[in-house]
Design a protein around this ligand. Structure first.
Ligand SMILES: [Zn+2]
Length: 421
């Protein structure tokens, strides 16, 4: 890539970090305006879409000839809270030092937003004429998900973000497995389906435990059982493709690959919250345990409820209530977008491969898959060690090497040129 694009992406990321978009409250409009000014200066038309004025999304496009597929470069502009006391630089400084750009959002995910903007701006300057639309969208409210961002856009302004292919966050880590470099591309995600277990008893004064029936104490047994659960292992097609790509077998996995693969083989249940008596001297009549539950793509809460009841046993009475069911979508694996990624890593990292994967977490990709059947992948290649990245995301001293920002920008330009030529 030309040195100027490297500098351009660095400068834009640094300025984006300086806009505090901590969510809540978000205030993403300031970031949307910064991006609009940059994109318009490069000859692109932009539209701001906002459900409420201070939380705008920004969309730009290079119109295609309409004889090919469309590609959306997607990113979110909000970030999670940063406690300045834990940081070695001010978290909204966007400081560039020793080849790295520092600040909240440097990895998750203002880096990719900046790279998306520079990719489409530079292609516009070069007079790129895509076959289908090349679309840029920087959206609000991914981290909390109160419905100001992509979810709302898909519903209220579907024509702004409808696309055949999308590149989003959630993948692009480089692992070295058995000496072979592997770039992870996430093509599916687990469903987030938290539930509450409600146990009832009888209240009473804590000084006379014998007259009451303590719901909290009864709950303890259920917590232990749900936490000890080990699912029947089931290999999803994406996991099979991953193992195939890296040349490994499920029964011989070792660290760190087994830690990556294990949560993808079945449902996971993590009890995370509990509510019982609000008074120290009152024995609780009700206890509620909240369980973070993630299901493999294609599995529903109704599918898994009998299994949960089997695990909890029948000696304690309880009710189960699922409070949410989001995500759990997948895109096909064998697509031109995956082949574009393979061609790219083959060029920049000879001998390496792309391996499809399911993300145990959660991104905005599912809104596109659900609304438009989009092939949405998480793929923003970075060479930074995955362990370091995992330690910095949503944490102190978040930063990205300028080299990785440049690599990501090069990838996005490559993807647009490959898919839309
Ligand atoms: Zn993110």
């Amino acid at each position: 890539m030309l040195g100027s694009l490297r500098g351009e992406a660095t400068d834009l990321l640094s300025r984006l970090i300086q806009v505090d978009t901590t969510n809540p409250p978000g205030n993403e409009t300031a970031a949307a305006e910064l991006l609009r000014d940059y994109l318009e200066a490069n000859g692109l038309e932009c539209e701001l879409y906002a459900r409420t004025p201070e939380r705008a999304n920004v969309v730009a496009r290079i119109k295609g000839r309409r004889d090919g597929p469309s590609l959306l470069l997607l990113g979110h502009t909000d970030v999670v809270l940063a406690d300045a006391a834990e940081w070695s630089v001010p978290p909204f400084s966007g400081e560039v030092k020793e080849g790295e750009i520092w600040g909240r959002g440097a990895l998750d995910m203002k880096s990719q937003v900046a790279a998306n903007a520079v990719a489409i701006a530079s292609l516009a300057r070069e007079g790129f004429e895509p076959s289908g639309d090349l679309i840029f969208a920087a959206t609000a409210d991914e981290e909390v998900g109160d419905g100001y961002g992509l979810e709302w856009l898909c519903e209220a302004h579907p024509d702004a973000v409808r696309c055949d292919f999308a590149i989003n966050e959630g993948g692009g880590d480089r692992l070295v497995i058995n000496g072979v470099p592997v770039w992870v591309c996430t093509v599916a995600e687990k469903m987030s389906a938290p539930f509450v277990i409600r146990v009832r008893g009888r209240s009473g004064h804590a000084s006379m435990p014998g007259i009451a029936d303590n719901a909290l104490v009864k709950s303890a047994r259920l917590i232990e059982r749900i936490a000890a659960y080990e699912p029947q292992r089931e290999v999803q097609p994406e996991v099979a493709a991953f193992l195939d790509a890296v040349g490994l077998r499920l029964d011989t996995l070792t660290s760190p690959v087994d830690e990556l693969v294990e949560p993808l083989l079945g449902p996971t249940f993590s009890p995370t919250m509990i509510a019982a008596s609000r008074k120290r001297n009152i024995i609780p009549a009700v206890c509620e345990i909240t369980v973070d539950c993630r299901l493999p793509p294609g599995t529903t809460p109704a599918d898994v409820e009998p299994e949960i009841r089997r695990v909890l046993g029948d000696d304690v009475e309880y009710e189960i209530e699922f409070t949410e069911a989001q995500g759990g979508t997948r895109s096909p694996i064998d697509t031109p977008l995956l082949r574009a990624a393979e061609a790219f890593v083959g060029e920049v990292d000879p001998g390496s491969r792309v391996a499809p994967m399911i993300t145990a977490g959660f991104t905005d990709s599912h809104w596109l898959r659900e609304a438009f059947g989009t092939v949405a992948y998480g793929f923003f290649p970075v060479r930074m060690a995955p362990e370091l990245m995992a330690a910095l995301i949503h944490s102190a001293d978040e930063r990205i090497p300028v080299d990785d920002l440049e690599l990501g920008t090069t990838w996005l330009r490559h993807a647009a040129r490959t898919l839309l030529s």
